[in-house]
Design a protein around this ligand. Structure first.
Ligand code: CUA
Length: 338
C-alpha cells in the first residue's frame, strides 16, 4: 500500500515537473531546447551506466556466492586467475573516460550555442538585480520614454531578446529555466545574453545565486505574448502615470507623496522620483507584487504596505503604519495606476 502511494506521488511530481512553467524540461524557445536536449542525453547515458553498474555488481555478488558454495580455494596472489578481471577493469576505465569526455564536449558545445548572441533585430531589455527584487528597463532613445517595471518582464513571442544584466548590490543570478540557463548579475559589470521564446505563456523566474535573507523570495515572471499585445503593453508602460480624477484616488496620491513611499519609489508624472525601490508608475498592470511573492490584490497590497517585514523579513521596505482611511485611499490610488 505504502509503495503504491509512493509511486503515485512520484508520478504526480514527475508529471507536474513536466508541465511546469518553471522547468528546463518544458523548453519554450530554441536556447532552452538545446539545454533540454543535453539534459536528456546525460540522463540516458547516466541511466545506462547505472543499469550496467548494478548488473555487474549483482553478477559479482551471485558469482562470489557460487564460489563460496563450491568452496573454491582462494589464493591471495594468482596472476593467471586475475588477468581477465584486470582486463575488464582497464576496459571499464577506458569507457568511463571516453563517456565523460563526450559529455564534457557536448556540455561545452551546447553551452556555447545557447549563449550565443543573436543580432537579427532583437529587443533589448536591461535587467538590474536588487536585494530582493528585479528592475526591468525598456530603453528608448528618448529618455522620458524609457519604460521601467519590476519583477514582471514582458516579451514578444518569436523575436530574439537581448538581456543586459547588472546589479546594484551583490551578485544575483537571472534564471528562467523554460527560456535559458542561469546568468549571474555582477555589481559594476554588465553582461549580455540572448534567448527567444516561441510559446506564449507566463514563465516563472528565480534568483539562483544566494544573495541574502530574502534570496528565496526574489522571483519574477516572464510574460511572453504575441507581438501586437507586447507592443500595446510597452506603449502603455512608456506613458507617465494616469492623471486620476477620482476623489479617493487623489487623496491616495496625496498620502503617497506625503509619507515614506515617496522616499523610495518613482511614479512617473508625479514628484515621486526616487530609485531605491520599484517604479510604481503602472503597478496596477502587474500580476504580482513583492518579487512574485504576493498576488497584486487589494488585501495583499494592504498587508505589504503596512508590514512588509512580516511577509519578507529583512526586506528593504519599512513598515508603514497608516491610518485606515489613508491606507484605503492609497490602495485605491495604486490600483488605479494602470
Ligand atoms: Cu538575488 Cu538571490
Amino acid at each position: 500500500m505504502r509503495v503504491a502511494r509512493c509511486i503515485a506521488y512520484a508520478t504526480l511530481i514527475a508529471v507536474a515537473g513536466c508541465q511546469s512553467n518553471h522547468s528546463s524540461l518544458t523548453a519554450a524557445g530554441p536556447q532552452a531546447k538545446k539545454i533540454e536536449w543535453l539534459y536528456w542525453v546525460i540522463f540516458w547515458i547516466s541511466l545506462i551506466v547505472f543499469v550496467l553498474v548494478i548488473a555487474f555488481f549483482a553478477g559479482g555478488v551471485a558469482k562470489s556466492r557460487i564460489d563460496e558454495a563450491e568452496m573454491a580455494p582462494v589464493l591471495p596472489q594468482d596472476e593467471e586467475r586475475d588477468r581477465p578481471a584486470k582486463g575488464a577493469v582497464s576496459i571499464a576505465i577506458a569507457i568511463t573516460v571516453v563517456t565523460l569526455f563526450v559529455v564534457l564536449v557536448l556540455s561545452i558545445v551546447t553551452g556555447k550555442s545557447a549563449a550565443g548572441l543573436t543580432s537579427n533585430n532583437p529587443i533589448t531589455i536591461e535587467v538590474i538585480g536588487h536585494q530582493w527584487w528585479w528592475e526591468a528597463r525598456y530603453p528608448s532613445p528618448q529618455a522620458d520614454l524609457t519604460a521601467v517595471t519590476a519583477n514582471e518582464i514582458h516579451l514578444p513571442v518569436g523575436k530574439p531578446i537581448i538581456i543586459l544584466t547588472a546589479s546594484r548590490d551583490v551578485i544575483h543570478s537571472f534564471w528562467a529555466p523554460n527560456l535559458n540557463g542561469k546568468r549571474d548579475l555582477m555589481p559594476g559589470y554588465q553582461t549580455a545574453f540572448s534567448f527567444q521564446v516561441d510559446t506564449a505563456g507566463i514563465y516563472r523566474g528565480q534568483c539562483a545565486e544566494y544573495c541574502g535573507e530574502q534570496h528565496a523570495h526574489m522571483g519574477f515572471e516572464i510574460v511572453a505574448e504575441p507581438a501586437d499585445q507586447f507592443d500595446a503593453w510597452l506603449q502603455q508602460q512608456r506613458k507617465p502615470a494616469i492623471d486620476t480624477t477620482d476623489a479617493t484616488a487623489l487623496r491616495g496620491r496625496e498620502v503617497f507623496l506625503t509619507h515614506a513611499c515617496v522616499l523610495c519609489h518613482t511614479i512617473r508624472g508625479t514628484e515621486a522620483g526616487s530609485k531605491v525601490g520599484p517604479d510604481l508608475t503602472h503597478v496596477a498592470t502587474r500580476r504580482m507584487i513583492a518579487a512574485a511573492t504576493l498576488s497584486n490584490a487589494p488585501g495583499s497590497l494592504a498587508g505589504w504596505i503596512t508590514d512588509p517585514q512580516r511577509i519578507k523579513p529583512g526586506a528593504r521596505m519599512p513598515a508603514n503604519p497608516l491610518d485606515p482611511d489613508d491606507l484605503q485611499a492609497l490602495i485605491t490610488y495604486l490600483r488605479d495606476l494602470q
